[in-house]
Design a protein around this ligand. Structure first.
Ligand SMILES: [Zn+2]
Length: 369
């Protein structure tokens, strides 16, 4: 797996010259999956696909692609896992992805390089407020691990969690966080939020409604990740979110970052100063026609297919998400990063999408993992 390690050692997370190395790492990973996973081999043979077909970077579009919905119903593995992580299945079904040690090492390098590039690493200690799950041994969700991981970007003075684990389930503690924030008003140190945009937005709305405005110290950040979960209908437009953050916390959009990723494709997509998710060196994105699955040109919406040679233990080289997205040319952003950027516009899972009122009620009540 030498090409994989070379790819993830690339110090530039948005390297436009990485196509050849990416292709070599894909070929290496495909060989491994083909040899070690019976189902993957069957799938490849059924599609008449073999490593010889991987001649140029465009050929990665032809890789056997596993839908995330399939991974939620079937466990697939190619090697023993060092660590396992799951998706947060609101409907009781979830993916479980095994990570080999090499994948974790690659992930660590990727996170370090990406966090450094986006100015998230700081030696100044801070208070963390996790707008997500309190870690618990029964909770193996990637979103919990990621949120916890993000509390190492700057030294932690303490960590507070909005979703507390009590009597076998999680419940949100908005009042606890609000009283902690009031105390932090006098702290000399910055505050960093990390977690679900839905909970962060609801917290800010509650503070605003109660007339509580806390000016956080310079260097405070709001980091968002994990998506809107089942609260799609509550999704607010980003400018409204940024306006509220400035009003309630005095934090401008310059200090608000959002992450995108999935357990089946654990690549860290971090938004740029213009709040776009540029595709990093470590992955490629293909947008496909919803009916024919044929790749569509840039600027056209379709199903989001994500490709990365990061993991050996599970055959997730190419996965089809149920997200609908658009790929835009990097230069059209204007932030200076030249790789294309991915815009997520929705999801093909109408059952998961709740009405506004039901979504709000659920946020206040608590959610299943
Ligand atoms: Zn940009």
């Amino acid at each position: 797996m030498k090409y994989r390690h070379s790819l993830f050692s690339d110090k530039n997370p948005y390297d436009t010259q990485s196509d050849q190395l990416f292709l070599e790492a894909v070929r290496e990973n495909f060989h491994y999956q083909y040899r070690h996973c019976k189902e993957y081999r069957k799938l490849s043979n059924g599609l008449h696909f073999n490593a010889n077909a991987l001649m140029s970077i465009e050929d990665i579009m032809r890789l056997p692609c596993i839908p995330t919905l399939f991974l939620k119903r079937h466990r697939m593995k190619s090697a023993p896992a060092f660590v396992r992580a799951t998706s947060s299945g609101t409907s009781g079904q979830f993916s479980e992805i095994g990570f080999d040690f090499g994948a974790l090492l690659c992930g660590f390098r990727m996170v370090r390089q990406t966090a450094r590039m986006h100015g998230l690493l700081s030696p100044t200690p801070c208070h963390y407020i996790i707008m997500g799950y309190q870690p618990h041994r029964g909770n193996r969700t990637a979103v919990t691990k990621t949120a916890y991981g993000a509390t190492f970007f700057a030294p932690a003075l303490n960590r507070r969690y909005i979703l507390k684990y009590r009597d076998g389930k999680y419940a949100p503690d908005f009042d606890g966080i609000i009283s902690a924030l009031k105390k932090l008003d006098n702290s000399l140190f910055p505050v960093r939020f990390m977690g679900f945009p839905s909970y962060t937005f609801f917290l800010m709305k509650q503070l605003d409604e109660r007339g509580i405005h806390v000016t956080l110290k310079k260097g405070s950040k709001i980091m968002l990740g994990g998506g809107w979960k089942q609260f799609y209908a509550e999704q607010v437009d980003k400018p409204a979110f940024y306006r509220l953050a400035e009003k309630v916390f005095g934090v401008t959009d310059h200090d608000i970052v959002e992450f995108y990723g999935a357990v089946e494709h654990p690549i860290l997509y971090c938004d740029c100063p213009n709040h776009h998710f540029h595709v990093p060196t470590y992955s490629r994105v293909v947008i496909r026609d919803v009916d024919t699955l044929a790749p569509v040109p840039m600027g056209t919406p379709g199903l989001v297919n994500l490709i990365t040679p990061m993991i050996r233990a599970t055959p997730v080289l190419s996965v089809m998400t149920d997200d609908i997205g658009i790929l835009h040319s990097g230069s059209s952003c204007g932030c200076g990063i030249q790789t294309p950027y991915l815009e997520i516009i929705g999801r093909v899972a109408p059952n998961d999408i709740k009405t506004c009122a039901a979504g709000a009620a659920d946020i206040l009540k608590g959610v299943a993992i």
